[in-house]
Design a protein around this ligand. Structure first.
Ligand code: 4GW
Ligand code: MN
Length: 309
């Protein structure tokens, strides 16, 4: 009995003396609970964030970016039959992409007349950039690096702060906001975010400029969504385009075209932020529990009807 009372007294005095420590612990564990996802990797080995739902506070970020009054450029290519994807892409971007911020859509196409008329909100503009097409689809895909590079220097640097470069055969399905913005960001490929290094489909032939040795590389990134400041995207696209041209001269083409070159670039120029597969998902891979949101989704394509027409 006596012992028990002594214990209780001790607990009381401890609580009284160290209330601030307890308070801090409670606050800390609550905030960790809010910003921490124990079920996923939220930071890279070089200490940059991997963005998942539940790891950021959009309200605070929106305020910060609104104060900076930034403009975001969204580049998208719709060459030949791929113009059919533009309507859904743009309509869903109006609903979910950078809501509350200034946006310029840059549409690269060889068919400017076929760009659909979409209603855009205030401070959101469309710029149609007419570009040539190429007979081979691999080249259409790869030449994006050259064109983004060219217009970064010529135009984007004067018009926007950040560039987001996306595939067009996609639709926005949930919010994609300023939480993605950073100097240089890439997206984890939905097919490889749980894979080990040895199964990444990097270019493995040393003859290609996209070659990545077996003991290098952190993640396998998707070619369908990357970006950063105009300056960083300029540097990335310049390096990738030059490497693609050297390969061409040497009669070799990387296994996954510009995606291979992008992956090589990220091995030696580490992104300053990484987006989880929430930001580039394909429902044909199912709907795993850890994906609390599917923000940017592949639109299934009828390959025969669309490709190379
Ligand atoms: C095969 O016949 C083709 S055509 C493969 C790509 C093609 C293509 C791609 C095209 O005819 N027109 C075009 O504008 N693109 C652009 O390249 C478009 O922005 C597309 O999202 C991007 C990458 O091609 P993709 O989306 O078909 O690649 P995956 O299948 O890897 O998402
Ligand atoms: Mn695609």
């Amino acid at each position: 009995m006596l012992k028990d009372k002594g214990k209780r007294r001790w607990v009381k005095s401890y609580l009284r003396k160290h209330f601030h420590i307890l308070g801090c612990t409670v606050v800390l564990s609550f905030s960790l609970g809010y910003f921490w996802r124990p079920d996923v990797l939220v930071m890279t080995p070089w200490f940059v964030p991997i963005v998942w739902e539940g790891t950021y506070n959009l309200e605070i970020l929106n305020e910060q970016f609104q104060q900076r009054n930034i403009t975001v450029g969204l580049t998208v290519f719709a060459i030949k039959k791929y113009v059919v994807f533009l309507k859904t892409f743009l309509e869903t971007a109006e609903m979910y992409f950078m809501v509350g911020h200034k946006v310029n859509y840059y549409i690269f196409t060889d068919r400017p007349q076929e760009v659909p008329k979409v209603e855009f909100k205030e401070e959101r503009n469309v710029v149609v950039l007419q570009v040539q097409n190429y007979p081979r689809w691999e080249e259409i895909s790869m030449r994006r690096m050259e064109m983004i590079n060219h217009f970064s220097q010529k135009q984007f640097i004067n018009e926007v702060d950040y560039l987001v470069c996306a595939d067009v055969d996609m639709r926005f399905n949930d919010l994609v906001g300023v939480e993605i913005l950073s100097n240089l960001f890439g997206t984890l490929h939905p097919g490889f975010y749980t894979a080990e290094r040895q199964s990444f489909t990097y270019e493995r032939r040393p003859a290609s400029q996209a070659y990545v040795p077996p003991d290098k590389g952190d993640f396998y990134y998707a070619g369908g969504l990357f970006g950063g400041t105009v300056k960083e995207v300029y540097k990335l696209t310049k390096k990738c385009h030059e490497a693609i041209m050297v390969d061409k001269d040497n009669g070799i083409e990387a296994i996954w075209q510009e995606e291979s070159h992008l992956n090589k670039y990220f091995v030696y120029h580490k992104p300053t932020k990484i987006l989880s597969p929430e930001y580039l998902w394909d429902d044909s891979l199912g709907r795993p529990q850890i994906l609390r949101k599917r923000r940017f989704l592949a639109v299934p394509k009828d390959h025969d009807a669309i490709k190379n027409k």
